[in-house]
Write a protein that binds this ligand. Structure first.
Ligand code: ADP
Ligand code: MG
Length: 337
């Protein structure tokens, strides 16, 4: 076969498949952009598990017409300027890939107004091509609508899961954002309000909303600090458990992390206090000096590398154990037996 250089449009569609691994990835990227834009009120609406309709509205800094047209180009970002900036990242985004990727594989509409402008710009894109640009009235901030994901990449569209499963994955990602951010969040799924969270809500209240089977009394606070890391959050009483680990939610520097190591260390802290095959709740925030963490590992940024993870893990296990022994009657129970 002859070797040919792929056209840009094909390269972009292939790259888009790596960023947009499901409808949840679209929601994640758009939500993170809203946070990076300093929004404190974010509305997420989805239909059919996000397959036909996703819309995210924020009250952040907004974009001008030029900004919008640039933002959908590959590798355009306002968040870093040079490689050194990667070591002090304070925003979720930095690759400048998301809007480019999503716009190439959907029908996207962006309506945005900067605070100091009095008119908004609305641009519709089909497969990344702007087809309709106009000035409209809108409140300041940004609304991004994504319809018919992968309409122009049938092979990828086939790989989307059912509306029920895609929708559940979106709900799970939103729950993580509710826990990790201090903004007001409304989540509307198929015209039904699922979450309406005010930015003043405390972490434990949010935990009780997301896990309605729990109450305040089921949890103990942990709060530990060293010069280069902090561990904070809530852990459940050893009797308050599930038959899976869906309520073990860990964040490193406010990014949700799914780590088999952390699950294991967390439950090791409970040790013999747990009944077999039961899994406690833990919503934990690790704050680690950014110099010790590498988030630039995978486009989805679900994994991070920590240089001194053993020290942190051992500390984490000890804190859990000490908290549980102090807070429960467990010590007494052992003595009596
Ligand atoms: P990244 O987030 O990595 O910079 P994106 O493709 O997600 O890349 O976004 C590109 C740029 O578009 C951002 O750097 C930002 O300047 C702008 N942008 C995207 N979403 C918003 C938003 N909701 N409000 C304001 N600006 C935005
Ligand atoms: Mg982004």
């Amino acid at each position: 076969m002859a070797i040919v250089k792929l056209p840009e449009s094909v390269i972009m569609k292939i790259a888009a498949g790596e960023v947009v691994t499901g409808t949840f990835a679209v929601v994640k990227e758009l939500f993170e952009n809203a946070i990076d834009a300093h929004a404190d009120n974010i509305i997420i609406e989805i239909k059919d598990g996000g397959k036909t309709y996703i819309r995210i509205t924020d009250n952040g800094v907004g974009m001008s017409e030029e900004d919008i047209l640039l933002a959908v180009q590959p590798h355009t970002t306002s968040k870093i300027k040079e490689v050194e900036d990667l070591y002090s990242i304070h925003t979720y985004g930095f690759r400048g890939e998301a809007l480019a990727a999503i716009s190439r594989v959907s029908r996207m509409k962006i309506v945005s107004r900067r605070k100091n402008e009095n008119i908004a710009t609305s641009i519709e894109f089909v497969g990344g091509e702007p087809i309709n640009i106009k000035k409209v009235a809108a409140s300041s901030g940004t609304t991004i609508e994504v319809r018919d994901l992968f309409f122009n990449v049938p092979a990828r569209r086939k790989f989307l899961k059912s509306a029920a499963i895609e929708g559940r994955m979106i709900t799970e990602i939103i729950e993580k954002f509710i826990l990790a951010t201090n903004v007001s969040i409304s989540y509307i799924k198929d015209n039904k309000s699922i979450y309406s969270i005010s930015k003043n809500m405390k972490l434990l209240e949010k935990i009780n909303v997301i896990f309605p089977e729990t109450s305040k009394e089921d949890f103990f606070r942990i709060d530990y600090e060293e010069p280069w890391f902090k561990i904070k959050g809530f852990i459940s009483h050893p009797r308050v458990t599930r038959n899976n680990r869906t309520a073990q939610i860990f964040f490193i520097n406010n990014r949700y992390i799914r780590s088999g190591d952390l699950f294991a260390v967390f439950e090791a802290g409970y040790g013999e206090m747990l009944e077999s095959r039961r899994h406690p709740y833990g919503i934990i925030f690790f704050d680690i000096d950014p110099k010790e963490v590498d988030v630039n590992v995978h486009p989805q940024k679900l994994e991070v590398k920590i240089s001194e993870s053993r020290i942190i893990y051992n500390k984490f296990k000890r804190i859990i154990r000490e908290t549980l022994i102090n807070q429960t009657k467990f010590k007494m129970a052992i003595n009596i037996e």
